[in-house]
Design a protein around this ligand. Sequence first.
Ligand SMILES: Nc1nc2c(c(=O)[nH]1)N[C@H]1C(S)=C(S)[C@@H](COP(=O)(O)O)O[C@H]1N2
Ligand SMILES: [Mo]
Length: 522
Amino acid sequence: MKLSLRAALAGVAAAGVALGVAEVIAVFTGPLSSPLLAVGGVVVDNVPAPVKDAGIAVFGTHDKTALITGTVILLGLYAALLGVIALRSRPVALGGVVLFGAVGVTAAATRHDAGFSAVVPSIIATVVAAVALHYLVTLAVAGEESGSRDLETVPATARKRVTADPITREDSRRRFLFVVGGAAAVAAVGGVGGRFLTSRRAVTAARAAVVLPLPSQAAPAVPAGVQVQGAVPYVTSNADFYRIDTALYPPQIDPSTWELRIHGMVRNPITITWEQLLQRPMVQRYVTLACVSNEVGDDLIGNALWLGTSIKDLLDEAEPLPGADQVVQRSSDGWTCGSPTEVLRDGRDALLAIGMNGQPLPVAHGFPVRMVVPGLYGYVSACKWITEIELTRFSDFDAYWVPRGWSALGPIKTQSRIDTPRDGAKRSAGPVTVAGVAWAQHRGIEKVEVQVDGGPWAQATLASAVSSDTWVQWSYQWQATSGDHTVQVRATDKDGQTQTSTPAPPAPDGATGWHSVQVTVG
Ligand SMILES: Nc1nc2c(c(=O)[nH]1)N[C@H]1C(S)=C(S)[C@@H](COP(=O)(O)O)O[C@H]1N2
Ligand SMILES: [Mo]
């Protein structure tokens, strides 16, 4: 193996050991103090405009994995480079390590609510990386030079180990690979073990201990016939519910320490604890949440049975001052969203929710407390892990997604989707069931129409729904003839607005256009 290759390997191994050690320390200092997650978090919050314009209103699960993988790959390349640089100049390479350490420290220190201990993993990782890099590169060089005469360049410590007589170049190279292997093992055990221990410190047990109160107002019964064959389930299970947020690791909040502060432009600032929240009247409602990033035809939407207390009542007690037109919700990780005050007070079932489909909120969906507001996209209303509500003005505060190019106001647009047949499906000639869902939360769906090959619009049959706050399923019997066909759908809400055919991307305030599928009929 060439010397430069071994040096690069030494660099990568040193970085690996450092990150492995950092993951273990982060078990004690908190998941977001892990340099990898801290740097990843900074990247999430500073996604460049081109990516933003591609239409992500935040990271889904795949984006997170891709982001961490990308960060690890970049770091690996950087570490390899430092290894090669260390061959020529140790001080320059050390400078490179310190530079990267500084990035980690800065990232960890600037995360929301970061305590002093947040920088500890990055600092220790920097020291470990520096020592490991020096040691491993020295070993790599020794492998090159033992057997030759020129051992003077090898520091005494390494020389002692590698010059034990009789030493061959082969021996010290084998030793180098052995040590690198050991470093890789430390990295892997530290990384996997650290993550495992972190997950053990999660709030799983606290969540399991929660006993949800009974609602004083139960949800309306689900009428017969909400479900149409071929459409997704009317109620989305917690496991299947889409997840969107900026959190690389979901905040772990023990309900016993949870508090919600309602402050800002209010006459009566309020702080309530978890115990006090449980004492409040609870209502149970089916509400369909939707993400503004949903492309036409996609599935960033789900319907669940939420248990929560009226946010309107809480706001009434706090008494917003005149002019406080925005209710800013802040999550424990610093994420914010803003809803119009009048929307939260107009009598709709805007909830401070603690239960989802009969369970305490799953941690990924906001445990212990989140907001659910019928009719507003999630990015302007559905704050998970909520710890603060601040009454303010839209003109005074921009919530998280607003400076990133999204609209401050996000009422859900009327939309419809074909779930069956799938795009590209094949069917036999004769009757074919076309079915799907349509939504216009809080306004309600008036009618859904289906069109084949640009012909006349035919009215679909609407299934029943619990309320106008949920999606509704629809179906249409199509007499399919052989050939290739395009099937489109459009919905009209109870305000009389029909979906526009004009396609628009999700940014800045929700995609528009008609969902269409191609079907081959044989
Ligand atoms: N704390 C926090 N809450 C958040 C977000 C976030 O990034 N952080 N994303 C919002 C967005 S964009 C959506 S669409 C909904 C999604 O809720 P879900 O993941 O439970 O489906 O959460 C909202 N609440
Ligand atoms: Mo979203």
